[in-house]
Design a protein around this ligand. Structure first.
Ligand SMILES: NC(=O)c1ccc[n+]([C@@H]2O[C@H](COP(=O)([O-])OP(=O)(O)OC[C@H]3O[C@@H](n4cnc5c(N)ncnc54)[C@H](O)[C@@H]3O)[C@@H](O)[C@H]2O)c1
Length: 267
């Protein structure tokens, strides 16, 4: 899994899964653009990569702003002459609800503004970036897009309707991209992480008893590490996955392998 001479963009790479992907991409020889709304964190990751001898450049962008996405793709292409990999990964809560628990509620109780923001940042932003990078990749005759979906796009959760809808949309948008651009040399895949130990999940885990109940749903009995997701992203982005397109790759410690029924073993 080498990315020598390749240029990648990772959105939401100031933290969590995106950060791990950016670090892994650079460690394997690639030049990476750290695109995040949190410029301070993006700069920290840039510094970390450069200090380790890698090539990285931080970029402050808000994926809900079309002009920012435009700039992210155009500047990268202008500066490095190509865009080989795009990992659409950014996600954040609306300003009115800074944490996942504040945005939680049964679907009839979801505020219009919360719904609109979650679909925008979680789904429309992914399309927005694909729309702008695909012409570049077509012109090159090659490229790999990896979108971060979720197991929440495959199954339903209780209390986060807009997130479930956005992530399900990402999975099918990935398939559309895969079939429409397969003959242009572009592969489009997505990852479906289970519960990963990142700041996004922290507020939910802080609720009394939630962490224990959560671990019981995961056959491995633990959260995944951001690096464990980055490894999947990097595989899908690499030439090792040359015949893989349209895939929704689950990495969830076995969580979605379960029916949810209790054990049939006698007590
Ligand atoms: N952590 C989990 O359990 C889990 C599970 C399934 C899917 N995911 C998905 O993984 C992806 C990464 O999340 P994470 O868990 O690493 O969380 P994280 O909070 O550690 O990282 C998300 C990053 O996105 C950035 N971001 C937020 N809004 C942005 C915007 N408008 N424009 C640009 N950047 C923005 C944040 O600043 C942050 O650096 C998300 O798409 C999330 O939905 C996470």
């Amino acid at each position: 899994m080498r990315f020598d001479g390749k240029v990648g963009i990772v959105t939401g790479s100031g933290s969590g899964i995106g950060r791990a992907t950016a670090i892994g991409f650079a460690a394997r020889g690639g030049t990476v653009v750290i695109a995040d709304i949190n410029e301070e964190n993006a700069r920290k990751v840039e510094r970390e990569i450069i200090d380790a001898g890698g090539r990285a450049t931080a970029m402050s962008i808000d994926v809900t702003k079309p002009a920012d996405i435009e700039r992210m793709i155009a500047d990268t292409n202008r500066r490095f002459g190509r865009v080989d990999v795009l990992h659409n990964n950014a996600f954040g809560m609306p300003a009115t609800a800074q944490t996942s628990t504040q945005a939680a509620g049964r679907l009839a109780d979801v505020e219009e503004s919360v719904w609109a923001y979650m679909i925008d940042v979680g789904l429309t932003a992914v399309w927005r970036a694909m729309k702008r990078v695909l012409p570049v990749m077509r012109a090159q005759g090659s490229g790999a897009i990896v979108n971060t979906a979720s197991i929440s796009g495959l199954r339903a959760d209780y209390g986060i309707a807009a997130y479930n809808a956005a992530k399900a949309g990402v999975i099918n948008l990935t398939r559309v991209g895969a079939i429409e651009y397969a003959r242009d040399g572009v592969r489009v895949n997505c990852i479906c992480p289970g519960a990963i130990d990142t700041p996004l999940l922290a507020p939910a885990l802080e609720q009394p008893g939630f962490a224990q109940r959560f671990y019981e749903t995961i056959p491995m009995g633990r959260l995944g590490k951001p690096e464990e997701m980055a490894n999947v992203v990097l595989f899908l982005a690499s030439d090792l996955a040359s015949f893989v397109t349209g895939a929704a790759f689950v990495a969830d410690g076995g969580q979605t392998a379960k029916t949810g029924s209790p054990s049939f073993m006698p007590e």
